[in-house]
Design a protein around this ligand. Structure first.
Ligand SMILES: [Zn+2]
Ligand SMILES: [Zn+2]
Length: 398
């Protein structure tokens, strides 16, 4: 794929309209930052984003696939028809429990909103390019995989390409993420007096302890890059009672979704079952969240976005996998990108420092650049439809 001839002109073109929107975009990011809402409670954020889109000509479907805080904003050129290219730009806007916008999803929201508006501006200013743009409000990215029910509900049915951008401590375009399965484990034993009649008890904390040890030993026989991390959610009731019930929550991750689901997760489950057998307890394992699949960054879109980063004076690096995202599930359905954009060098998401940076002075520049990068990438594909074809060919090959 030849790099698009005039990306620099496109970047300037979309940047030209940015100043009209930037005060509103930074206000939206500050508003969402000041009102943090965790998974599926993002009423304030979804309402504000929907309102801003609607007042600028998008038609907005509020709620989607049974998710009250999801939305789908659509706009098309007057000459668009069923065959016109359709690009989705994803917003996220959920916060983390206890530490607010420590993943910077308030910035993602403003970037997605801004990109949608800049694309509309560019298409209106130079008519003759039939195109459809969809700004997707996807709630519950943190721990709930909100994009999964939206995909099942058909949000990607007419989408050719999907784009979003996420803030972090460095610029990175060719991003990979780990597939992730969340296991909720409960052990059931039998309570008894821990000193007077321990022989009558069956110790559910012993089961949890053995499971953690077995998982620890398993780590020698798994490939580099697999991650298994656990917490104890229920550690027993009192020291003088043989624990009757205990609980673990485990995240299991690997770069390859199929390998994770077919090999690693079953072996972790055997550690849990074995611990239950050894202690004469019962184990129940539930997967209450759909699996996050690994992110496939489309090489054609990566090339364009990478150039857009550089045109804005950013130098994307090659980092390792960056956690997990439900955009991975989107990327396994349609050609997608999920570049990381530097908010503050060296800062790591999910920290209090990152939460404060996401509401600080560096946010405006990150929002401006993020919106321009996504808009320029989308406009490149609208103006040169062979980019859409090439992106789809690369997707099929993968
Ligand atoms: Zn996060
Ligand atoms: Zn995030």
């Amino acid at each position: 794929m030849e790099t698009i001839a005039n990306l620099s002109g496109l970047v300037d073109e979309v940047k030209g309209k940015l100043s009209q929107h930037l005060p509103m975009l930074t206000d939206v990011a500050a508003d969402i930052h000041a009102n943090p809402e965790i998974r599926f409670t993002e009423v304030h954020a979804a309402k504000r984003l929907s309102k801003e889109l609607e007042s600028r000509g998008f038609s907005v479907e509020r709620g989607f696939a049974g998710l009250e805080t999801a939305f789908v904003g659509r706009w098309a050129t007057s000459d668009a028809d069923d065959d016109s290219p359709t690009i989705a730009i994803f917003c996220e806007y959920d916060a983390l429990e206890g530490i607010g916008h420590a993943c910077g999803h308030n910035i993602i929201a403003a970037c997605g909103l801004g990109a949608g508006l800049l694309v509309k501006d560019a298409l209106e200013a130079a008519p003759g390019t039939p195109a459809k743009v969809v700004v997707v409000g996807s709630p519950g990215e943190e721990g709930a995989a909100g994009k999964v029910p939206m995909i099942a509900g058909g949000v990607l049915d007419d989408i050719d390409l999907a784009l979003m951008v996420h803030p972090t401590g460095e610029d990175q375009v060719n991003v990979s993420t780990l597939a992730r399965v969340a296991l909720d484990v409960s052990f059931k034993g039998r309570a008894s007096h821990a000193a007077a009649a321990p022989e009558l008890g069956r110790n559910a904390l012993d089961a949890a302890t053995l499971a953690l040890n077995a998982i620890g030993l398993l780590r020698q026989q798994i490939p580099d890059g697999v991650r298994i991390h656990t917490i104890i959610t229920d550690g027993g009731q009192a020291p003088n009672i043989i624990p009757e019930h205990t609980g673990l929550r485990a995240f299991v991750r690997a770069g390859d979704s199929d390998y994770l689901l077919s090999d690693i997760v079953p072996r972790v489950k055997k550690c849990i079952e074995g611990a239950a057998i050894a202690t004469d307890c019962e184990a129940t394992v539930e997967e209450n969240t759909p699996p996050y699949l690994s992110l496939v960054s489309n090489p054609v879109l990566v090339e364009i976005a990478d150039e857009a980063f550089r045109l804005l004076g950013r130098t994307p690096g090659e980092g390792g996998p960056v956690g997990s995202t439900d955009m991975g599930n989107v990327s396994q359905q349609v050609p997608s990108i999920h570049p990381m954009i530097c908010l503050s060098p060296g800062l790591t998401p999910h920290t209090r420092e990152f939460a404060s940076a996401a509401g600080g002075d560096a946010a405006a520049k990150t929002i401006a650049d993020g919106a321009v990068i996504l808009a320029a990438t989308a406009m490149a594909a609208f103006r040169e439809p062979e980019i859409v074809t090439a992106a789809k060919e690369a997707f099929e090959k993968d």
